[in-house]
Design a protein around this ligand. Structure first.
Ligand SMILES: Nc1ncnc2c1ncn2[C@@H]1O[C@H](COP(=O)(O)OP(=O)(O)OP(=O)(O)O)[C@@H](O)[C@H]1O
Ligand SMILES: [Mg+2]
Length: 450
């Protein structure tokens, strides 16, 4: 039904969508099948493998990371009984910047209808104001809001009439090397990259309801090595960022304060209740033996270690990201997801210290996901499918970097490093060139006018 074919053929099964989440703790693959004409997709299977060679969301050992991706893809292939050859990929990594800019174009002296080319032009005008260092690229270009003749709050101006079109644009900028390493890793594992979704965006789409994103809310995906922060209001992302702190830092804190090995600390931290009730005696003592040594700590001591890290993360780092988003109100509060959102009592604890509503979220599609693989640590992976569907429905919603540019850069780097390469390595056997947003618009115009 979905045969693995050479990537040169450019063959893709139009019925199947694949998301690959390259996490610090695990690599997850989600396979979804389209639900006929509804424009929705049904998750039909998932695969997973422990991550190796990835630290704080960054690839630190390419071959190990490639093996993890292959294993996760193999696991998914076994579950769905299909061979997979392409995926939209989510990753985090440090140094993710959200930059806002404004653009304006005139539609002429008298009012006329806004066309696709106008939207492309106004986006370009706003991008002209964004300075991107040569070592970085714009991964996502996200129209936040349009205005027509000064009337703001317009979601989609296509087909509307006016004389002046303004845009408020968000550009998500990441280091080129981070993207190239992720691209290389996934392609080396035999999967062609069809697109990227930065982790905070995929997680927010996987966790946030439409009501929450319209009212204004922040999603924080607390993974193993990173926290993805996404501030939404009026249904649009106002800020996407990555904080290089995750649940593994809590494990390290427990290990270093108690002077115990990491694997034992990981076990103990999962026992901690961040919001103990009156019936939970904080003087109760947790006793355990490890490698012949006896340890004994009160619940209060353990709770304090975990609370300390959570407090620092949320009251300092997350709060300052929210402030950068420039959104005055977040009535729908905080939605936490990712593996560390499983910490007992974390919602009550954060609600108390931040004084906002807090909800722990599993993927919105949890009921369509395999049992045991539908918890908060899978929200990002499930969100990739939602991202891919939204992008198909409306190509102006999340505009992606040209895959060709990433491929060209990657090939240039490979050539620089290894001069004696085969034709295949040089790219003649590589994936078919993929067009970016502006090239697609150009094609559309050619079709219309020639
Ligand atoms: N019951 C639990 N209580 C507390 N923490 C937990 C629990 N279960 C898992 N975690 C933590 O969740 C983290 C892993 O989360 P997740 O699987 O979302 O990470 P990831 O997606 O691989 O990493 P990242 O998104 O940072 O790249 C680990 O730090 C793990 O200790
Ligand atoms: Mg993650």
């Amino acid at each position: 039904m979905f045969k693995k074919t050479s990537t040169t053929s450019g063959y893709r099964d139009p019925e199947v969508l694949v998301g690959l989440d390259l996490g610090t703790s695990k690599v997850t693959v989600v396979v979804a099948e389209r639900d006929g004409p509804s424009g929705e997709a049904q998750i039909i299977g998932m695969g997973q493998a422990p991550s190796h060679g990835i630290r704080k969301g960054l690839i630190v050992h390419l071959d190990q990371a490639v093996r993890s991706v292959r294993q996760a893809v193999g696991d998914a292939e076994n579950m769905v009984g299909l061979e997979l050859n392409e995926a939209t990929v989510s990753f985090s990594g440090g140094d993710v910047q959200s930059i806002r800019s404004k653009g304006m174009i005139s539609l002429g002296r008298s009012p006329r209808t806004v066309m696709q080319l106008d939207i492309a032009r106004v986006i370009e005008a706003a991008q002209a104001d964004v300075t991107v260092p040569s070592t970085k690229i714009i991964l996502h270009t996200i129209p936040v809001e349009y205005s027509l003749d000064g009337n703001s709050g317009i979601d989609d101006p296509l087909g509307m009439t006016g004389i002046r079109l303004d845009i408020d644009l968000e550009s998500v900028i990441v280091p080129m090397a981070t993207v190239q390493n992720v691209f290389n890793c996934v392609e080396k594992a035999g999967i062609s990259v069809t697109g990227f979704a930065i982790k905070p965006l995929a997680s927010a789409l996987g966790a946030m309801t439409l009501e929450e994103s319209s009212a204004g809310a922040v999603t924080v995906d607390i993974g193993g090595g990173t926290c993805g922060v996404a501030v939404f209001s009026d249904g649009r992302p106002k800020l996407l960022s990555v904080i290089p702190v995750g649940g593994d830092h809590i494990t390290n804190d427990v290990a270093s304060v108690l002077k115990i090995p990491i694997n034992k600390a990981e076990e103990i931290k999962k026992e901690v209740n961040l919001a103990p009730g009156d019936q939970d005696d904080q003087n109760d003592v947790l006793e355990f033996d490890h490698m012949g040594k006896n340890y004994s700590y009160s619940n209060a001591e353990l709770t304090e270690i975990v609370q300390c890290r959570m407090e620092e993360l949320f009251t300092n780092l997350v709060r300052s990201e929210i402030a950068n988003a420039g959104v005055s109100m977040l009535p729908a509060g905080l939605i936490i997801t990712g593996g560390a959102a499983r910490s007992m009592g974390v919602d009550q604890y954060l609600s108390r210290i931040l004084d906002i509503p807090v909800r722990v979220s599993a993927p919105l599609d949890a009921n369509r996901m395999p049992p045991g693989r539908n918890g908060p640590e899978y929200t990002c992976a499930a969100g990739i499918i939602r991202y891919a569907l939204e992008q198909e429905r409306d190509p102006y919603r999340y505009i992606e970097q040209s895959m060709d540019m990433i491929i060209d850069h990657t090939r240039a780097q490979i050539k620089k490093k290894l001069p004696g390469m085969t034709e295949e390595h040089e790219g003649n056997g590589g994936p078919k060139p993929r067009k970016n947003f502006f090239e697609n618009i150009l094609d559309l115009l050619k079709e219309l006018f020639y």
